[in-house]
Design a protein around this ligand. Structure first.
Ligand code: AMP
Ligand code: MG
Length: 324
């Protein structure tokens, strides 16, 4: 169990996935690769298992967890499947899109998963290892990022061990993740309002426009034509590397670790070619490297706001906000 102080690290092959399924079945904690970052999974139908996630991460109990499922059919067991959700899932599931929807009264989920909210966050991930694991078990998986709360998200198994070694049961290693930043979180309500709670790899504005373009069902009347971007119910300081971070820096001082972008090459460069997708993939690796570097401070080159650049800038702003 998570109380013991040995964390197994295994390859994410058939045997590793079978071992992970067995640990999850008995209420343990397993770090699993997804296409965004490594997640820390527990069975979402067990109060004890879910409580272990909060303890291992040191996560505040008011911060709800995302429930991972295989597909729409499984999602419908937990949420009211609104027409907007159906459209969004048809286009982007499996993939890095989380939908926050009204929770069904009969949803078999531990109360702590939703932190007492009347809504539930659902995602069908595309990573083959996470999918194989979801197929191997007969319960949904609650899985936040596999790091201590407030610290840098993990995109490799080594990043997971750097903050959770001895606090969880197993890490399934499948190499670095590809999308690099956490899923887009989109809340859809019964009145047809769409709110982006967290920017991520999927552009919710484009998605919303496509939904409008195909003609709205009556339930969507009164909805705005733009996705309303709400201040996320997330903690301002997050993804913190433990030292001061200076953003939009045109050059680095001698005591600064330099995270570059495009022409502005640094000690670690997000993307030499100026590609925001590549930058997203490398963001957390550069922040981990910066955290371990001898320099006491970090400077980051400007990253454009387009596409996933918005998600990168969101994460960088939080990394630059000192913890209380
Ligand atoms: P993480 O698991 O670290 O990627 O964080 C998941 C994020 O999803 C948290 O910041 C939560 O605020 C958000 N979230 C999960 N469930 C809900 C919900 N029911 N309503 C709003 N936000 C949610
Ligand atoms: Mg997180």
């Amino acid at each position: 169990m998570s109380g013991k102080n040995v964390t197994e690290l295994v390859q994410a092959d058939a045997a590793g996935i079978a071992r992970a399924a067995q640990i999850l079945e008995s209420g343990g904690l397993v770090a699993v690769p997804t296409e965004t970052v490594y997640g820390l999974a527990a069975r979402a139908d067990s109060a004890e298992a879910v409580a272990r996630i909060y303890t291992a991460k040191g996560r505040p109990d008011f911060n709800p967890l995302i429930v991972h499922v295989l597909d729409e059919n499984q999602a419908k067991r937990y949420a009211e499947w609104l027409s907007g959700a159906d459209f969004a899932a048809m286009l982007h599931w499996p993939g890095p899109l989380t939908l926050v929807l009204p929770k069904r009264d009969d949803a078999v989920l531990a109360e702590a998963v939703t932190a007492g909210l009347p809504t539930v966050a659902l995602r069908a991930p595309s990573h083959p290892v996470m999918r194989a694991l979801l197929k191997a078990v007969d319960f949904p998986l609650a899985a936040p990022s596999a790091n201590r709360s407030g610290f840098i998200s993990p995109t490799t198994a080594q990043h997971v061990l750097a903050s959770l070694d001895g606090r969880i049961d197993l890490v399934l290693d499948a190499g670095p993740t590809t999308a690099g930043v956490e899923s887009t979180i989109l809340a859809i309500d019964r009145d047809g309002n769409w709110r982006e709670l967290r920017p991520g790899p999927i552009n919710s504005d484009t998605l919303h426009r496509r939904h409008f373009d195909r003609g709205l069902p009556a339930a969507q009347e009164g909805a705005t034509s733009e996705v309303r971007i709400e201040a996320p119910g997330q903690i301002a300081s997050h993804y913190a590397p433990g030292k001061p971070v200076r953003l939009d820096a045109a050059h680095a001082e001698p005591d600064e670790f330099w995270i570059g972008f495009g022409d502005v090459g640094g000690d670690c460069t997000l993307s030499l070619g100026g590609d925001v997708r590549e930058a997203a993939t490398r963001l957390y690796a550069c922040l981990h490297q910066a955290a371990l570097a001898p320099q006491p401070r970090i400077a980051v080159a400007p990253v454009p706001q387009h596409d996933v650049g918005r998600a990168i800038n969101d994460r960088l702003r939080r990394a630059a906000t000192p913890a209380d």
